[in-house]
Each structure stands twice: as C-alpha cells, then as structure tokens.
Design a protein around this ligand. Structure first.
Ligand code: SF4
Length: 64
C-alpha cells in the first residue's frame, strides 16, 4: 500500500495540496500540510500525483 507523506521540513504551508486534493491533505494551524487519509483509495491517486507535481517545494512524496 502506497502512502502519501509530507516532509514538514520542506512544506511552506501554501495550501496548494489541500486545494488539489482536500480528501487527503489538510492545512492546519501549525502552518503545515498534514495527511488526513493514510490509505487513500486508488481513485484518489491521480489527484495525489497532481498535488505532488504542484507542490512548489517537492515536500510531498509516496512512501511504500
Ligand atoms: S503544496 Fe507542498 S508546500 Fe504547499 S502546503 Fe502542500 S506540502 Fe506544503
């Protein structure tokens, strides 16, 4: 099962990932994006890939 992860050392909190895929990413009061769905359905994988591409710092990646 692939899991999306956010590297909090890289995240600048612009919220783009949440705009692209709010089912999986949430910007919180700490100013960082958090993964709220660790085992997203296959149907969300394209949107997660889009968030990975759109993230300006490359903070999002897939972990096995
Ligand atoms: S798009 Fe990248 S930098 Fe922006 S909030 Fe999401 S993880 Fe952080």
């Amino acid at each position: 099962m692939r899991k999306p992860t956010v590297d909090h050392d890289e995240c600048i909190g612009d919220g783009i990932c949440e705009q692209v895929c709010p089912e999986v990413f949430e910007l919180r009061d700490d100013g960082l994006a958090h993964v709220i769905n660790e085992e997203p359905d296959e149907s969300l994988h394209d949107k997660i890939d889009e968030a990975i591409e759109e993230c300006p710092t490359g903070a999002i990646s897939w972990a096995e």
